[in-house]
Design a binder for this molecule. Structure first.
Ligand SMILES: Cc1ncc(COP(=O)(O)O)c(C=O)c1O
Length: 385
């Protein structure tokens, strides 16, 4: 049992022991190059085939629609850049949201510098886009719409199924979903929902960092981002990270087998935490969706008169790990673009911490966490009085 409480699972999750064992076995025993013709190569290739099936199953995709990448960032970059190249004769307009992950936004901003036009859909006070805005933004020259399923800072769930329906009925654009925070927590069905491209990442579901996938619907052409060898059906060059991919497959399998129980437990912990925190500190405010809405694992909460980074460090001294906003931004001093898009008062931007749950959290962690947060906040308040 660890001597700390880890509540930063949206940044990354601990690798489960059986998944770590798979990595070890792949590195030391089944270490062949899947492109090799001999037995070790064939054994490694077989592992890739199995992992492709496991990763696909959770989103109801076909195994040959899964292309392994170096993580979610590469998958997002590939989707955005690839569509811009493949469809450049059709148009130069892309629609996304103001609250996407930096890996998606930066890929769009790069295209803007090349003359593409990007519409960033605003969100309401809970962090959710309005479908009317999407419909109004669609144009003849729109080549891609990219909407995340679950926001990594607020846990807001975007209406991707409805958005896909609108996109396909009103335009010829492709529809991409960054499902990195939703995978294994919020069910999406690629076959029935009209999703053309979907980004996934292993380290948010208790797999290792540095491995992910892009789902590309059968028949959707997409310019490769990485060129070289003939790996991944010629669409993504580079010797496969076989250990990481095997681990990703197992992580997806475990997430799938335990999804109902994991989601129910996380939801209980999240609602209990929110209720108890508000009871202990009534001045606190939940940012984004209500605790019982949104994704089951992310709670974003602000405390007046408190700087989030100070609170994060004080909690760390008590053995509790949380984050300020999103991990990718948390070392920057700027307010998060996601919370800004929610139009929150400045104190809520400054004092927001993100508590995010994983498969290893338990209900009995709620009480010590609430007590620690209360103690820290009271201490900070007493210093400013
Ligand atoms: C919503 C979202 N998209 C993309 C990423 C990037 O994924 P990776 O860390 O695998 O590059 C993250 C990681 O924090 C994320 O939360």
């Amino acid at each position: 049992m660890p001597s700390f409480i880890y509540l930063d699972n949206s940044a990354t999750t601990p690798v489960l022991p059986e998944i770590a064992a798979t990595v070890h076995k792949m590195l030391t025993e089944n270490f062949g190059n899947p492109s090799s013709l001999h037995g070790l190569g064939i054994a490694a290739e077989r592992v890739l085939t199995g992992a492709r099936r496991q990763v696909a199953a959770l989103i109801n995709a076909q195994p040959d629609e899964i292309y392994f990448t170096s993580g979610g960032t590469e998958a997002n970059n590939w989707a955005i850049w690839g569509v811009s190249r493949t469809r450049r004769r059709q148009g130069k307009h892309i629609i996304t949201t103001a609250v996407e992950h930096s890996s998606l936004l930066a890929a769009c901003q790069r295209l803007e510098r090349e003359g593409y036009e990007v519409t960033y859909l605003p969100v309401d006070s809970r962090g959710v886009i309005r479908l009317d805005d999407l419909e109004a933004a669609l144009r003849e020259d729109t080549i891609l719409v990219s909407i995340m399923s679950v926001n990594n800072e607020t846990g807001a769930i975007e209406p991707v199924a409805e958005a896909a329906r609108i996109v396909h009925s009103k335009s010829r654009a492709l529809f991409h979903v960054d499902h990195i925070q939703g995978y294994g927590k919020v069910a999406l069905d690629c076959r029935t929902m009209g999703i053309d491209l979907m980004s996934l990442s292993a380290h948010k579901i208790h797999g290792p960092k540095g491995v992910g996938a892009l789902y590309i619907k059968r028949g959707v052409p997409l310019e490769p981002l990485l060129v070289g060898g003939n790996q991944e059906a010629g669409r993504r060059a580079g010797t496969e990270n076989t250990a990481g991919i095997a681990a990703f497959g197992l992580a997806a399998d475990l997430a799938s087998a335990n999804m109902e129980a994991r989601v129910a437990t996380m939801r209980r912990i999240k609602t209990e935490l929110a209720a108890r925190l508000l009871q202990a500190i009534p001045e606190a405010r939940i940012n984004g969706p209500l605790a019982e809405e949104g994704a089951p694992h992310i709670l974003n909460v602000s405390f007046p008169g408190v700087r989030a980074e100070v609170l994060v460090h004080m909690l760390e001294e008590k053995g509790i790990f949380v984050s300020t906003g999103s991990a990718c931004h948390s070392r920057k001093q700027e307010a998060s673009h996601v919370l800004k898009a929610l139009n929150l008062e400045p104190w809520r931007l400054e004092g927001a911490i993100r508590i995010s749950l994983g498969a290893l959290n338990t209900l009995d962690e709620v009480e010590p966490v609430v007590a620690a947060v209360k103690e820290c906040v009271m201490e900070l308040w007493s210093l400013t009085k």
